[in-house]
Design a protein around this ligand. Structure first.
Ligand code: C5P
Length: 424
């Protein structure tokens, strides 16, 4: 993987730890950010040092960890050593963000009031506010989180322009169960990547179908296909990162839901159709990446079909499934979207072909009545982590060369945003 494909390549992040048992997750977060190409400068409060050692954070970040405003070490910012005895200034100059994880209730209260009696809060106050955003990952007991004082502080911190991440829910170190635990490192990492993504789909409501469908033959058997759903899930993630409100209708797949995405699980093409028609009413963009079964058994058996020893095989008959994409694209809003009207639904179809991709994709675009058709070679992509796409519209063809589905999803989202006149 080249450096530029790392999600945080070139980013300078200051990772601040305040006191809390969730400090152990900060070690993992630091490592994950470094792995994604970020330079991480760790700053810890004295309270944080009760939960995590500087040695651990130094080893993981590869940089000296700071903890005192009186530290007279030459601070290195972007490789420059500045021996001016001002870590609270130097540490954030050139930084892309400060992430406080864990951010305790007390630390939020301090930030809110602009207090500055130790290095971390002093550094936050002294940062260039327009250039260095502050991102907080709260971590506390559920009663502390629910307390009106904390909720007031969260609201005010947001109003002041800071980003306060969600909290997790579940078992807490204190033995209680509820809201307030810090997000997991991978969740904070995903939120951070989303934070840095240009908001090219802000205000858009994106509906996506993904994965295969499953058409029952009897209660234990059915017909499906090899679609993994990875492409559609990657598009859902990229659309959310680009600022869209995203609903993902997923056939039976074993993939976790991208953060921030609303997921609706379905099994059959019929269920997928019902869900798609329902959510399409609220959408502005519809992306049909699901590999919907073309046919389903006419009369699925109520009980398991059994061998009877005669050698006779069941005679299955099939009916055609509804075409979800064509139905939605040919609705009133779909037609408006095709002719580029602002209140229309912009529909994007996928074509998984095994040969003659361009010709088939062009024909399919017209047949479905969509402004954009994305072609790919089915056998070369199903279940894989990478793919190559051909974007076909009424006037042109654009090739997105072989890359990870993650990368292609970002490119496709940027392309759709540009078509809708929204480029960040
Ligand atoms: O006709 P074909 O299955 O090749 O068309 C592929 C495109 O149509 C994909 O975007 C797929 O999600 C969508 N489709 C659909 N409902 C069907 C069949 C395909 O939405 N029943």
């Amino acid at each position: 993987m080249s450096n530029s494909s790392l999600e945080l390549a070139g980013k300078n992040i200051v990772l601040g730890l305040s006191g809390g048992i969730a400090a152990y997750k900060a070690a993992e977060l630091c490592r994950a950010m470094v792995k994604e190409g970020a330079s991480v400068q760790v700053v810890m409060t004295e309270a944080a040092e009760h939960f995590m050692t500087k040695v651990t954070m130094q080893a993981l970040s590869g940089r000296q960890v700071f903890g005192s405003q009186w530290d007279d070490t030459a601070v290195r910012v972007n490789g420059e050593g500045i021996a001016n005895n001002m870590p609270h200034i130097n540490l954030t100059r050139g930084a892309d963000a400060i992430v406080i994880a864990p951010c305790s209730a007390d630390f939020m209260a301090k930030l809110l009031h602009g207090r500055a009696d130790e290095l971390l809060s002093l550094m936050c106050l002294a940062r260039p506010i327009a250039e260095v955003p502050l991102i907080l990952a709260p971590a506390m007991n559920r009663e502390m989180w629910a307390n009106p004082a904390t909720q007031r502080n969260v609201a005010q911190l947001k109003q002041d322009g800071n980003t306060v991440l969600d909290v997790g829910e579940g078992d807490q170190a204190c033995g209680e169960v509820g809201d307030g635990r810090m997000l997991e490192a991978d969740e904070i990492l995903a939120d951070l990547i989303a934070f840095f993504t240009p908001k090219s789909l802000l205000g858009q409501k994106v509906l996506i179908t993904a994965g295969p469908t499953y058409e029952a033959i009897d209660p234990v058997r059915g017909i499906t296909n090899l679609s993994s759903g990875k492409m559609g899930f990657a598009i859902a993630r990229a659309a959310y990162e680009a600022g869209a409100d995203v609903t993902l209708i997923a056939g039976p797949v074993s993939l976790s839901t991208p953060r921030g995405v609303k997921r609706v699980d379905v099994k059959s093409a019929h269920n997928m159709m019902l869900a798609a028609v329902k959510y399409a009413d609220y959408a502005t963009i519809f992306i049909a990446s699901a590999a919907v079964a073309d046919w389903r058994p006419t009369n699925p058996a109520d009980q398991k079909l059994k061998k009877d020893g005669t050698g006779d095989v069941p005679q299955l008959s099939f009916v055609e499934n509804p075409d979800i994409l064509a139905t939605i694209a040919q609705s009133e809003r779909g037609k408006k979207g095709l002719s580029g009207m602002p209140d229309g639904l912009f529909c994007v179809g996928f074509a998984a072909e095994s040969q003659d991709l361009l010709v088939n994709a062009q024909a399919k675009r017209i047949r479905k009545g969509v402004p954009l058709l994305v072609g790919n070679i089915g056998p070369a992509t199903f279940g894989q982590d990478d793919n190559a796409l051909l974007l076909v519209d009424a006037k042109s063809v654009k090739e997105l060369t072989r890359a990870s589905k993650r990368e292609l999803a970002k490119q496709l989202v940027a392309d759709i945003a540009a078509r809708l006149g929204q480029s960040a």
